[in-house]
Design a protein around this ligand. Structure first.
Ligand SMILES: Cc1ncc(COP(=O)(O)O)c(C=O)c1O
Length: 432
């Protein structure tokens, strides 16, 4: 153990997050948190309980439960937060992705390029829109869709009817949107030379993990033609059930999405196209509006926790390179941190490390009641359901290696410094 971590014991002793009520000297030291969950929503609820309950009561008093004024107010507030022209509330992040794709013009027979390293919905929404996902590998530093590989894919093996590129702002850090903007501009020129699709190639953001994130000072959600957010209970801004929202720079697309989320119906019992029920509940909107007032502060606290993790990892020596393999003379470290782009304002939906002997480490942490999770253990191109695309192990090596190494550590606004230090100290114990 390096000195930085033993001093952490002092911090933990002065401000213990949870201490053993009647500690036995031989069992757990006084300073050690009893458990550190990956996410503790109860601590958040303790701080906003009264406001949440009165927001729910307001909806019950109104007896207006679906769409309506609460959802409309949330839509205005999210559009303002992200810098998008409009927002359209819907039933989930998955639904938001489907709306974002269809409104941007994706239709059966099209192709959409996306990352192989994301949650399943990033790709399944493409399939539900009738299109074919084209998986491209990720940048080894950020694990976001690698724009250079997207360019290579388009130049060397352009997918048929390529309609859109769907980058995911993984773990709360925006993908390289400058590079994707350049791709759009380049394709716009090619379009003038006979490639006659309505929008050329559209950029659609999967911003499910990135509410409040920025790229070059512009909000996630205002960077593509459309963008999908999830308010799943574990997200930075989370509902008390399922909910999602789409933002867009095009008001006409917002109108289309309002129709699509409501059975393709411009007015009651008249249907212009096949949409279905993708509406948002008013109770979810009311809860989200309470939480929205805190999101800037909560995201800032996540950034501070990430900085603390970074610092304590550096003190621990766990992230320093060591020569472990004399023959190749390769520098390795038991733990590696992901890269952060200076252009990205990260919101640390997750704090993710790459760890040697990751699965054993997870078990060790679980024995100490320290939460962790693997996002994601199997890249999308190797999921059995996508075998029809014909990709095999080895085709997208960066995603495949990431799937073997990534580990998300406890991260939520109310986490304490003592807990962070205990998590890193536990990793150091594992590797010692
Ligand atoms: C990257 C990503 N895309 C899409 C989704 C789907 O959101 P939801 O679970 O709200 O449908 C999620 C959330 O789970 C996600 O993390």
């Amino acid at each position: 153990m390096k000195s930085g971590l033993s001093s952490s014991r002092k911090t933990a002793e002065t401000t213990p997050p949870k201490t053993t009520p009647n500690p036995t000297p031989q069992s757990v030291p006084l300073s050690v948190p009893l458990e550190v969950p990956l996410l503790d929503l109860r601590r958040q609820y303790d701080g906003i309980r009264e406001d949440v309950l009165s927001a729910i009561a307001r909806v019950c008093d109104s007896q207006s439960f679906i769409l309506g004024p609460e959802v409309e107010a949330l839509e205005r507030e999210i559009a303002a937060l992200t810098g998008a022209a409009s927002a359209v509330g819907c039933a989930s992040g998955t639904e938001a992705l489907w709306l974002a794709l269809v409104a941007a013009g994706v239709k059966p027979g099209d192709s959409v390029i996306t990352t192989a390293f994301s949650f399943f919905a990033s790709a399944s929404a493409i399939v539900r829109a009738g299109a074919t996902p084209v998986f491209v590998d990720v940048d080894p530093g950020t694990l976001n869709l690698d724009a250079a590989l997207v360019v290579r894919q388009i130049r060397t093996n352009r997918p048929d009817n390529l309609r859109a590129i769907l980058p995911v702002h993984l773990y709360g850090q925006c993908a390289d949107m400058d590079a994707f903007d350049r791709i759009v501009q380049e394709n716009a020129k090619e379009n003038a030379g006979g490639y006659s699709q309505e929008f050329g190639v559209a950029i659609i953001e999967d911003a499910a993990q990135a509410i409040g994130a920025e790229w070059n000072g512009r909000g996630a959600g205002s960077l593509g033609v459309t963008a999908a957010f999830s308010f799943y209970p574990t997200k930075n801004l989370s509902a008390y059930g399922d909910a999602g929202i789409v933002t867009t720079s095009r008001p006409e697309m917002a109108e289309h999405m309002r129709q699509l989320r409501n059975h393709g119906s411009p007015r009651r019992y008249y249907h212009d196209e096949f949409g279905w029920n993708g509406r948002m509940d008013a109770i979810q909107a009311a809860v989200l509006r309470v939480k929205l007032a805190h999101i800037a502060d909560w995201n800032q606290r996540r950034r501070q926790h990430a900085a603390t993790y970074d610092q304590v990892f550096a003190e621990s020596g766990l992230t320093s390179g060591r020569t472990s393999n004399q023959s190749s003379n390769q520098l390795t470290a038991p733990v590696r941190l992901l890269s952060r782009s200076p252009k990205a304002k990260h919101v640390f939906h997750q704090y993710v490390i790459r760890a040697q002997r990751r699965d054993e480490l997870r078990k060790f942490l679980a024995e100490r009641k320290i939460g962790s999770e693997v996002y994601y253990p199997l890249p999308l191109h190797l999921q059995p359901v996508f075998s029809y695309l014909g990709l095999k192990a080895g085709d997208l090596p960066v995603s495949e290696q990431a799937a073997r190494e990534v580990l998300a550590l406890p991260m939520f606004p109310e986490l304490t410094e003592a807990e962070i230090r205990w998590v890193v100290e536990s990793l150091a114990d594992f590797y010692s």
